[in-house]
Design a protein around this ligand. Structure first.
Ligand code: IMP
Ligand code: MG
Length: 183
């Protein structure tokens, strides 16, 4: 699997260190809500944010619920975003809740922009968005994530939850996929 990478951008240790920092920053932001015992709902975007979310929540010592959403943005093997659409629904009972959207990467931003609007429309008290990666060169929306782990160049990356055609999610590092591996 590693052979299909032309470059490792972030190794497991770098990711782990940054995830801990992001968790600390997020815990600070959520502290007032947590102190008031307000309900916090983490909303991971499947499937890419699965690994990131699993690591992040174990550094978040506060009461929270997890309620996943699925957004489809890539049809099959394409590595270009084809826009975002919700698959299934959004969590019920978001009224008055502090929602934290968690995604693997902020690329065009359409996914998080769509979800941010949906959560606010559903009555969330506030919406915080957290992404592990961001590709500033590709942003197409006004929204910017509140917390970003790493800004990366405009390259297609895989690993640590991110896939190409459903593969490579289990790589512990994040790397650039060789053009030959893109079929
Ligand atoms: P956006 O809606 O364009 O911001 O795209 C966000 C989604 O596209 C992410 O949740 C990922 O699933 C996927 N994505 C964007 N860039 C990459 C990449 O470089 N590798 C793998 N998936 C990506
Ligand atoms: Mg995704």
């Amino acid at each position: 699997m590693h052979d299909d990478l032309s470059e490792i951008l972030l190794d497991a240790a770098a990711i782990a260190g940054r995830v801990e920092q992001i968790a600390a920053e997020l815990a600070d932001r959520l502290a007032p809500a947590a102190e008031r015992d307000d309900p916090v709902v983490l909303v991971p975007v499947l499937t890419g944010s699965l690994v990131f979310t699993a690591d992040l929540i174990r550094h978040l010592p506060l009461k929270m619920r997890l309620d996943v959403v699925t957004v489809s943005s890539y049809a099959g093997r394409a590595t270009e975003s084809a826009g975002a659409s919700l698959v299934g629904g959004i969590p019920t009972d978001l009224q008055g809740r502090h929602v934290v959207l968690v995604d693997d990467i902020f690329d065009t931003g359409r996914t998080l922009s769509l979800l941010d609007t949906e959560m606010r429309t559903a009555g969330a008290a506030d919406v915080t968005s957290v992404v592990l990666l961001s590709k500033p060169a590709r942003h197409e929306v006004e929204l910017r994530p509140d917390l970003v782990g790493f800004e990366i160049p405009d390259a297609f990356v895989v690993g640590y939850g991110l896939d190409y055609d459903g593969l490579y999610r289990n790589l512990p590092c994040i790397g650039v996929l060789r053009p030959e591996a893109i079929g």
